[in-house]
Ligand binder design. Structure first.
Ligand SMILES: C[S@@+](CC[C@H](N)C(=O)[O-])C[C@H]1O[C@@H](n2cnc3c(N)ncnc32)[C@H](O)[C@@H]1O
Length: 365
């Protein structure tokens, strides 16, 4: 969907994306502001800041307001300086956003800037400037949420995430990309988007599902191997016509970031108008339903660790990479209680049964 008006009506899948953003930022802001003097929220495709509701009233917040409110209304005291950069290419949308922001009280440790410009040009000049000054980008959360796919070059994503404390959340517009795959005039755009020409191999694949899987895995591989992001996840947004609207790719070098994005995803209520699924691991699809499937998680854990003795941190990382959280209460505790026991605690500084502090060593029987 490419929209001409200044603001437009919100769609269900956008609300889901906003719910993820909101929940993630509420978790990210206190963690990052505890350890850093200054943090950045960069909204690369900020939009006008509001959406029309069902009655065509502009009452629903867009991403800049979601981010700003997550910070200024946070129930914890956020001590870091928090800088919001809202980048938006269109003049009318920038003006609309500025007028909204003017009426908002901003705490002293926060400030924002609305930049009327293109995302790639703005970020490239900022990074060039920092390179010249031999400085690094402050720890940042960068939200990259375009309408299409031509203005988000992979080389720029790579430059951003070379800063190990920067995280990205990218809307990867597969509904547009899939149509471009066979068009010769789009090859340059796709080369830039994916940072490789390897995507052309998709033309030998005839089955649409396999093509989709190829592209999603290629982008993931690029983020992991080229951009060297330690943890990459993606979530698929399927609309009510059972079509993939987009993938939400998330990249972080921080295990805590991975934990929080998983938790954020599980809290989004699919409401039946869309479906979220996680195919980060092509052999295992996790559908986001109101309750995580802990039977599936137990199977995955047992398959991975049966007969082994491992530190609890290793299980934690495996669980997070598999798209889950809360394995201690839901998996380890019942396994320890089972008769016969399914796990044995070899070592632990714990004071209570059923708890598994970081130094615990667990044997899977
Ligand atoms: C999907 S909308 C963003 C919605 C917003 N992130 C939200 O969630 O509320 C994409 C926005 O990017 C703007 N845009 C398009 N090309 C751009 C570019 N190259 N750089 C920055 N903004 C751009 C469009 O005008 C539009 O407002």
């Amino acid at each position: 969907m490419v929209v001409k008006e200044t603001i437009w009506k919100i769609e269900a899948h956008t609300q889901a994306k906003h719910a993820v953003l909101d929940r993630y930022l509420k978790a990210w802001l206190p963690i990052m502001s505890k350890w850093n003097g200054r943090i950045l929220y960069i909204d690369g495709f900020a939009g006008p800041g509001k959406y029309f509701d069902e009655e065509n009233l502009p009452t629903i917040d867009g991403s800049p307001l979601i981010a700003l409110n997550a910070a200024r209304k946070h129930k914890l005291q956020l001590n870091a300086e928090i800088v919001f950069l809202f980048i938006e290419a269109r003049h009318d949308r920038c003006e609309y956003l500025k007028s909204l922001l003017e009426s908002i009280d901003i705490p002293k440790n926060m400030r924002y800037e609305v930049i009327e410009s293109k995302f790639d040009e703005t970020l490239s000049s900022l990074l060039d400037y920092l390179d010249e000054q031999k400085k690094r980008l402050a720890p940042a959360f960068v939200f990259i949420d375009p309408f299409g796919y031509s203005d988000t070059p992979f080389s720029l994503i790579k430059r951003i995430t070379e800063n190990k404390k920067c995280e990205v959340l990218i809307t990867f517009m597969y509904s547009f990309i899939k149509r471009a795959l066979t068009k010769s005039d789009q090859e340059g755009h796709l080369d830039r988007l994916l940072g490789t020409q390897d995507w052309r191999k998709v033309r030998n694949i005839n089955i649409p599902l396999k093509r989709k899987e190829f592209i999603q895995q290629l982008y993931k591989k690029q983020l992991e191997e080229e951009a060297k992001i330690k943890y990459v996840r993606f979530f698929e947004m399927i609309n009510k016509f059972n079509q993939t609207e987009y993938f939400l790719f998330f990249g972080t070098n921080n295990l805590e970031g991975l934990r929080q994005i998983n938790a954020a995803m599980w809290k989004v209520d699919p409401k039946g108008t869309f479906q979220f699924s996680d195919r980060t691991n092509p052999n295992q699809t996790v559908l986001f339903t109101p309750e995580p499937d802990y039977n599936l998680l137990k199977k995955l854990i047992v398959r991975e660790f049966r007969g082994k003795t491992v530190p609890v941190e290793e299980i934690d990382e495996f669980v997070l990479i598999s798209g889950f959280t809360h394995f201690k209460r839901n998996i380890l505790k019942p396994m320890e209680k089972a008769k016969p026991h399914e796990i044995e605690i070899i070592e632990s500084s714990r004071e209570r049964k059923g708890t598994y502090p970081p130094d615990s060593l667990i044997k899977f029987l």
